[in-house]
Design a protein around this ligand. Structure first.
Ligand SMILES: [Zn+2]
Ligand SMILES: [Zn+2]
Length: 815
C-alpha cells in the first residue's frame, strides 16, 4: 500500500474539500511543489504519476513554489458500468455506444427541452433558460443532467480526476474490489530476468495457445532467408522441466556460448523475432552487424554471446529457454548491412539484399512464434532485463470515503456519516505510458512489427506486458482494464491496438463521432478504412532513421489492408474514395500562444499530395474516408480522374516510389496571395484571393498616415483567411517567394457529421510549378500541394460564394 498522507487524507478522510457549486466532490490536493516532492519521495502511487506528468511537460518541481492541484471525485455514470463488468470488449463497447446514442435521441423535442430546463432550475435553484442548441452541445447538457440524476443503486465506482494548474489532467478509476473474482498479484523478484517473470510469460503463451491460438500461422513452414540458431545456448542452459521451464546451469559459461547464422531453408522448429531501437549504443558490441565481411564468420565460427549488444543477448537468453523455440531473427544480424568501408560491388549486394528482405518483413513477423520487444530500451546497450522494485507492482487499494459535503453529488448521503468502499486505484494512462509511449514504439518500423506479429511480449521499464490477437495483460495491474482510456473527457474502452478486425474499426469510429449519427453507414469496408486512418495517424508520429523507409516500413500493414480494400495503393492512400483521403492535414501544436509546425518535407520520397512526404513529431490527421453519399455532386468539388504511380521495386507495390502524379478535375481554382504574419498576430499565416486584393496596395501613392494604415489593415482582414495548415512551411520555402504562383482549390464540404449548411468549405492550397507557369492555366498545369484551409460557413459565407462563382474548365496535374 503506497499512498501519501495527502492522498489518503483526501480519499479516506475527505480532507481538503472545497465548495465549487457543482455536484462533484472537489478537493485541494497538493498546494506546493515541496509537498508534491515529499509524496513522490514516499513513493505515493498517485503522486509519482502526477509528478511524472509535470516533468514530461518540461516543468520541474525541484524549486520551491506554490502550486495548485485540484481533484474531483464523482460516481461513474450509468453508461460506464458495463465497462467494469467482466465481459468481452466487444460487448462492452457496444453497450457503451448504445448508452450514448439513447442520450442523443429525443433531445431535440420541445418537451425534452422543457424537461431539461425544469431539472436545471431545480438543481441550481434559479430560473434557467435553455435555447435550442446544436445537437452536440445539447448532448453535453444531457450528460450533465445524467450526472445530477444518477441512481445510487447502480453504483459501480468512482472516477478521480486531477487538474494540475489548469494545464494537465489525469484520470484514475476507483473500482470497488470484489474479493471473489480479483486475483492478487504480488511479484517478488527484483529483476525482470527472474524465473518468476519468465514463468509469467510462459503462462501467457500457454493461455494464448489454449484460448486464442494466435501463433497457429507461425507453425506453417515459412522461414526468413537467414536465422540465428540458438541450439548451443539452449543446451548450455542445462536442466529442462516439463511445462516449458528450463533451469539455467550456473556452471555453464554462457558468455562464450555461440549462436550461428544459418539459411532459412535449413531450419526446422520455431523462431522468435525482436523489436528494438538501434539508438546510439556506445559499446563495441553495439557496432556488430551482418556485412559481407562478417557473414562467413557468423556462419562458420559463430558469434559469442559476449560479442553482442545487451538487448540481443537478453533476447537470446530468454528465447533459448522457451520450449519449441530454436531460432531468433534480428534485423541487423540477418540482413546484410551497408558497411562503412566497402567496395561498390558490395553496396550493390547489400542494397539488393535489403530490398528483398524489406519486401518480406511483414512475413518475417507474421510467422514469428513470439515477438520479443525491447520496449523500454533506448538503444542496444540497455537490454531487456532491468532491476526493479517489485512492490511497485502490487495492488493499490484504499477505503474511499464518499461522504457528501454537497447534497447534489451525494444523493442520499448525510453529512458526517462515513460511506466507505474498498477500491482499487486504476491509472487510466498506465498502458499508454508503459507500452504505447515507450521508446521502441516511437520507431516507425516497429508499428508493423507489433501489429503483424501474432503475439508480442513487451519488456517494459519495470515489468513485462503481453499483447496478442486475443488479449493483453500486464504483470502488475489490477484486473483487466488495460484498454480503458480517457478520450474526449469520457472513459471508454478503446480496445486493443492489435485488434485489426473491421468491427473494431467501427467501434473506434463510434468514439470519434462521439455518438453523432454516422453519415457514412452505407459504405462497405467502412471499419477497415477507419482502422487504416487510425494506423496512419499513429504511424505518422513515429520516427525513422532512414527517410526513404516511410512507405516501406508500413508496407506489411498496407499489404494486409489490401486484402480488404482490393484497390490500387496510391502512395499511402487507397484509390477508392481517394478524393476524401487527400484532405489530410499536418497537426500543429499550439503552445504558449504560438502555433508550432516543425514538419519537414522529403520531396524525393513521395509526391506532395501524399501524407507520406511529411515528417512531423505531432503527426497528421488522415482524411475522413467517405464517398460523400447521395450528395456527392454537391459536397465534393473535384475529382481524381487518373493516377500514375511509378514504383521503385516491381515486386513491392506498397514500397518505395519513384514518382507519382494525379490528374485532377477541379470545379473551381483561384489564384491566391499568402503571407506570413508577425506577432501580435496569434496565427502564423493568412491568405486571400489575388483579385480581391484592395487597390493601391502595390504602390501607395502618398505617405501612409496612421489612420489610412489602420483602414488598410481592416480591409485586408475583411478578405483574408487564417484557418489554414501549411504542410511543411520550413521546407517549402518557395511558397513565400515573391513570384510564387499559388492557388486555392475548393475540395469538399465537411465535417460530415455536421449539419449540411454548417459545414466548412475545405480547400487544398497548391503551388504551380515554375517550369509550366507560363502556360495558360486552363491547359494542364503541374501543381504541388502546400497545405489545406477551411472556411467556416458562418463567418466566410461570402468567400464560399466567391470561390465557387467562376467554374474552372480543365484538368491539372498534382505532383
Ligand atoms: Zn499522494
Ligand atoms: Zn492469443
Amino acid at each position: 500500500m503506497r499512498l501519501c498522507n495527502v492522498c489518503v487524507g483526501m480519499l479516506r478522510g475527505g480532507k481538503g474539500d472545497i465548495w465549487t457549486g457543482t455536484h462533484d466532490l472537489t478537493f485541494e490536493h497538493h498546494k506546493s511543489t515541496a509537498s508534491l516532492r515529499r509524496s513522490r519521495k514516499a513513493d505515493c502511487m498517485i503522486c509519482v504519476v502526477l509528478a511524472g506528468l509535470y516533468r514530461r511537460a518540461g516543468a520541474d518541481i525541484l524549486d520551491d513554489r506554490p502550486m495548485s492541484i485540484q481533484a474531483t471525485i464523482h460516481r461513474l455514470e450509468a453508461h460506464h458500468h458495463n465497462l467494469l463488468d467482466e465481459r468481452t470488449p466487444a460487448e462492452e463497447t457496444t453497450n457503451h455506444a448504445a448508452a450514448v446514442s439513447t442520450q442523443v435521441q429525443g433531445t431535440d423535442s420541445a418537451r425534452r427541452l422543457e424537461e431539461l430546463r425544469r431539472k436545471f432550475t431545480a438543481v441550481f435553484e434559479e430560473n434557467i433558460s435553455i435555447e435550442v442548441l446544436p445537437q452536440n452541445e445539447l448532448r453535453e447538457i444531457t450528460n450533465e443532467l445524467l450526472k445530477l440524476t444518477k441512481k445510487k443503486s447502480n453504483f459501480k465506482g468512482f472516477r478521480l480526476d486531477f487538474d494540475i494548474e489548469k494545464r494537465y489532467t489525469r484520470t484514475f478509476l476507483l473500482k470497488p474490489i470484489n474479493y471473489d473474482t480479483s486475483a492478487l498479484r504480488t511479484p517478488k523478484s527484483t529483476n525482470t530476468s527472474s524465473d518468476e517473470v519468465f514463468e509469467r510469460a510462459c503462462d501467457w503463451i500457454a493461455k494464448c495457445d489454449r484460448k486464442c491460438d494466435c501463433s497457429r500461422k507461425a507453425s506453417t513452414a515459412w522461414y526468413p532467408k537467414r536465422l540465428l540458431d540458438l541450439e548451443k545456448l539452449s543446451k548450455a542452459h542445462g536442466l529442462k522441466f516439463p511445462g516449458g521451464l528450463k533451469v539455467l546451469s550456473e556452471r555453464a559459461d554462457l558468455r562464450k556460448t555461440k549462436v550461428h547464422l544459418i539459411d532459412g531453408t535449413e531450419a526446422s522448429g520455431r523462431y522468435v523475432t525482436l523489436s528494438h531501437c538501434w539508438g546510439k549504443p556506445k559499446s563495441v558490441q553495439g557496432q556488430l552487424r551482418l556485412t559481407g565481411k562478417t557473414e562467413r564468420k557468423f556462419r562458420v565460427e559463430g558469434i559469442e554471446l559476449r560479442e553482442l549488444p545487451k538487448s540481443f543477448r537478453d533476447a537470446m537468453l530468454f528465447a533459448s529457454r522457451l520450449e519449441h523455440v530454436r531460432y531468433i531473427w534480428i534485423d541487423s544480424l540477418c540482413i546484410l548491412q551497408p558497411a562503412v568501408f566497402s567496395t561498390d560491388d558490395f553496396e550493390d549486394k547489400s542494397e539488393q539484399d535489403w530490398r528483398e528482405q524489406s519486401r518480406v518483413m511483414g512475413e518475417v513477423y507474421s510467422h514469428s512464434y513470439l515477438n520479443i520487444s525491447a520496449t523500454a530500451a533506448k538503444d542496444g546497450d540497455q537490454g531487456l532485463f532491468v532491476p526493479r522494485r517489485p512492490e511497485y507492482l502490487w495492488e493499490n487499494e484504499i477505503n474511499v470515503n464518499y461522504t457528501g459535503t454537497n447534497s447534489f453529488g451525494s444523493e442520499g448521503v448525510t453529512m458526517g456519516r462515513d460511506e466507505l468502499t474498498r477500491c482499487n486505484i486504476i491509472d487510466l494512462s498506465f498502458w499508454s505510458e508503459l507500452v504505447d509511449q515507450a521508446p521502441v514504439n516511437q520507431r516507425g518500423w516497429v508499428l508493423q512489427e507489433r501489429l503483424l506479429a501474432p503475439r508480442v511480449l513487451h519488456f517494459c521499464h519495470n515489468q513485462i506486458a503481453w499483447e496478442c490477437g486475443g488479449f493483453q495483460d500486464v504483470e502488475g495491474y489490477p484486473d483487466k482494464h488495460t484498454t480503458l482510456k480517457v478520450r474526449y473527457g469520457d472513459i471508454i474502452d478503446e480496445g486493443r491496438l492489435k485488434d485489426l478486425d473491421e468491427r473494431h474499426g467501427l467501434r473506434l469510429r463510434d468514439f470519434r463521432l462521439k455518438g453523432s449519427p454516422d453519415p457514412d453507414k452505407h459504405m462497405p469496408k467502412l471499419g477497415a478504412y477507419e482502422l487504416w486512418k487510425c494506423m496512419v495517424e499513429v504511424y505518422s508520429r513515429t520516427r525513422l532513421t532512414v527517410s526513404r523507409d516511410k512507405l516501406i516500413a508500413l508496407s506489411g500493414i498496407a499489404q494486409k489492408f489490401f486484402e480488404i480494400t482490393r484497390c490500387e495503393y496510391v502512395a499511402g492512400m487507397w484509390r477508392e474514395h481517394l478524393e476524401s483521403q487527400l484532405l489530410w492535414q499536418v497537426n500543429e501544436l499550439y503552445r504558449d500562444g504560438v502555433f508550432e509546425n516543425p514538419a519537414h518535407r522529403d520531396a524525393l520520397r513521395s509526391p506532395s499530395f501524399s501524407w507520406a512526404a511529411i515528417d512531423t513529431p505531432h503527426g497528421i490527421t488522415y482524411g475522413e474516408v467517405t464517398d460523400y453519399g447521395r450528395d456527392r455532386q454537391e459536397q465534393l468539388l473535384f475529382e481524381v480522374t487518373g493516377t500514375q504511380i511509378e514504383i521503385d521495386d516491381r515486386n513491392n507495390p506498397f514500397g518505395l516510389i519513384r514518382s507519382g502524379q494525379l490528374r485532377i478535375k477541379p470545379r473551381y481554382l483561384r489564384q491566391i496571395i499568402l503571407r506570413r504574419l508577425e506577432p501580435p498576430w496569434r496565427v502564423p499565416y493568412g491568405w486571400r484571393l489575388r483579385d480581391e486584393a484592395y487597390p493601391g496596395q502595390a504602390a501607395p501613392a502618398e505617405e501612409p498616415s496612421a489612420e489610412k494604415e489602420q483602414s488598410a489593415i481592416r480591409k485586408v482582414q475583411s478578405i483574408e483567411h487564417y484557418n489554414l495548415n501549411l504542410d511543411a512551411p520550413e521546407s517549402d520555402v518557395d511558397v513565400f517567394a515573391r513570384d510564387a504562383d499559388l492557388y486555392c482549390m475548393p475540395a469538399a464540404f465537411g465535417d460530415r457529421t455536421v449539419k449540411k449548411h454548417w459545414r466548412d468549405l475545405i480547400c487544398l492550397l497548391l503551388i504551380k510549378d515554375k517550369a509550366t507557369a507560363s502556360e495558360d492555366i486552363r491547359s494542364t498545369g503541374q501543381f504541388r500541394r502546400i497545405g489545406i484551409t477551411r472556411l467556416s460557413s458562418a463567418v466566410h459565407w461570402k468567400s464560399h460564394r466567391i470561390l465557387t462563382e467562376q467554374p474552372f474548365d480543365g484538368d491539372i496535374i498534382l505532383n
